[in-house]
Write a protein that binds this ligand. Structure first.
Ligand code: UDP
Length: 469
């Protein structure tokens, strides 16, 4: 009977390891600090080795299972991931309803939490009498965009990239049009329609938990913490990252290599779980790293135009040997200063290693938070999703990153790579970024301590859920 009264939360991550990670961290905190038990419900389309490994590493009070596969072959081959995820959820709703009603009869189900694109589950969840919530896995800047999207979509007459002025959201750093969220950049595309649709639905949530923290976006935090009729309460519970429980049992080779390098001397280069460059861009990056004269540890993936990447987001592994796409002679010439790792590295351990002095990143939000928690300043090289917005926030708002700029035609030239990397590692701007990231690191750590801002925000949510039934 005690067991039956224990509060239980059902979580539905949308596909992508970067979405599952913060939800899994939230689950661990709810179990460890608040006495909950959790079920994580995944979609069949998101099955990857990385996901399986993460799910199986969770404590016994967090169980998980996958919904039955749904057909997605009728989607156009160029459908954006936002569209694929949203449709996968809609088609899984009958199965989700069964799963949730089973959970409702076998547990004390007090809340449902999904992330970015899972909001079409809300009517089903409400029907079962369970309050729906969102864990927004990115920052307040992007959450603000989602919340204002219905109105923006109705009042904007051109493509966002053609806006004469940057987009100004309350309390947020202005976003130049071309940097606005990627799925919104072609307004005739289904990905835009789906994103606006979720923006409408965000208002139906009972609460929105956000994986960011006050010091990262102080003005936006002030605005969103205020009560606003018609908008769910926003709770700043971040940073929720794997760094709090990270163990480095893989990728030992690169950690050993780092052990041999001087403190703060190595630039870590990685584009997240799914980011890939074109063959031409891969070559420019390689030659730019060489030009910079810095040491580097680079997670290399096969390029996006070699026919291997369309599934990279879901599978996380390069199928082809990625090193063969590098410029001739590059590997030999940089042997003394660089280490190349195919596909995947133990990122949190690398960032926290004393030899790591900078992070050239695609600005995925998990990577960003991990870098902040390790006190590592960044070179911002955004690719897709909300990464260009994150780059604006990091370079213009928090000022912990230097951003590379593409030339006409979209390619970042080797000279630019060389200059920005050297400035980060040896220049004055790099020094400022390092000072600011050290301050943010402290603020993030204070927030997570008992009685800190993030800790109190989660307390509030947990107490609300405990008194739901
Ligand atoms: N990651 C890792 N090793 C890699 C690449 C990625 O451990 O080689 C982890 C990284 O630490 C982060 C996550 O995968 O926690 C990537 O999430 P992020 O939001 O940065 O980017 P996404 O993969 O969603 O684009």
């Amino acid at each position: 009977a005690t067991c039956l009264r224990r509060p239980h939360v059902a979580m539905l991550p949308t596909p992508g390891i970067g979405h599952l990670m913060p939800l899994a961290e939230l689950a661990k905190l709810l179990v460890d600090c608040h006495g909950f038990s959790i079920t994580i419900i995944t979609l069949a389309v998101s099955a990857s080795k990385a996901q399986a490994a993460l799910l199986s590493s969770l404590p016994p009070d967090i169980s998980s299972f996958a919904l039955a596969p749904v057909p997605l072959h009728d989607l156009p081959p160029d459908a954006h991931i936002e569209t694929t995820m949203s449709i996968a959820i809609v088609r899984s709703l009958p199965d989700l309803r069964d799963a949730l009603s089973r959970l409702r009869s076998s547990t004390n189900l007090v809340a449902f939490v999904t992330d970015l694109f899972g909001t079409d589950a809300f009517p089903v969840v409400r029907e079962l009498g369970v309050p729906p919530h969102i864990l927004f896995p990115s920052n307040l800047l992007t959450l603000s965009l989602f919340l204002h999207l219905p109105e923006l979509d109705a009042t904007t007459n051109c493509e966002y990239r053609d806006l004469p002025e940057p987009l100004r959201l309350p309390g947020c750093v202005p976003i130049p049009g071309p940097d606005v969220l990627h799925p919104l950049q072609d307004r005739s595309n289904d990905a835009n329609r789906w994103t606006v649709h979720h923006g409408h639905r965000y208002r139906e949530a009972e609460g929105i938990l956000v994986n960011s923290f006050e010091a990262m976006e102080p003005e936006a935090a002030k605005m969103l913490r205020q009560h606003e009729p018609g908008r769910p309460p926003v709770y700043l519970v971040g940073p929720l990252t794997q760094s709090r429980t990270a163990k480095a049992d893989e990728g030992l080779e690169c950690l050993r290599w780092l052990d041999q390098q001087p403190p703060g001397s190595v630039l870590f280069v990685s584009f997240g779980s799914g980011g890939t460059l074109s063959t031409a861009q891969l070559a420019e990056l390689a030659l730019g790293l060489e030009l910079s004269g810095q040491r580097f540890l680079w997670v290399v993936r096969s390029p996006s135009d070699c026919g291997d990447s369309s599934e990279a987001y879901f599978t996380v592994q390069s199928k082809k040997d990625p090193f063969r796409f590098l410029p001739t002679g590059f590997v030999d010439r940089t042997r003394e200063v660089g280490l190349l790792v195919p596909s995947w590295a133990p990122q949190v351990a690398v960032l926290n290693h004393a030899a790591t002095g900078g992070f050239l990143s695609h600005c995925g939000w998990n990577s960003t938070l991990e870098s902040v928690q390790a006190g590592v300043a960044m070179v911002a090289w955004p690719l897709f999703a909300e990464q260009r917005q994150n780059a604006v926030l990091l370079a213009e708002g928090a000022r912990i990153a230097l951003r590379v700029r593409a030339a006409e035609g979209g390619l970042v030239p080797r000279e630019e790579v060389g200059l920005v990397v050297r400035e980060l590692m040896e220049g004055d701007k790099g020094k400022v970024a390092r000072r600011l990231v050290a301050e943010l690191r402290e603020a993030a750590a204070r927030g997570l301590e008992e009685g800190g801002l993030a800790d109190k925000a989660l307390d509030e949510v947990a107490n609300k859920w405990k008194t739901t039934n």
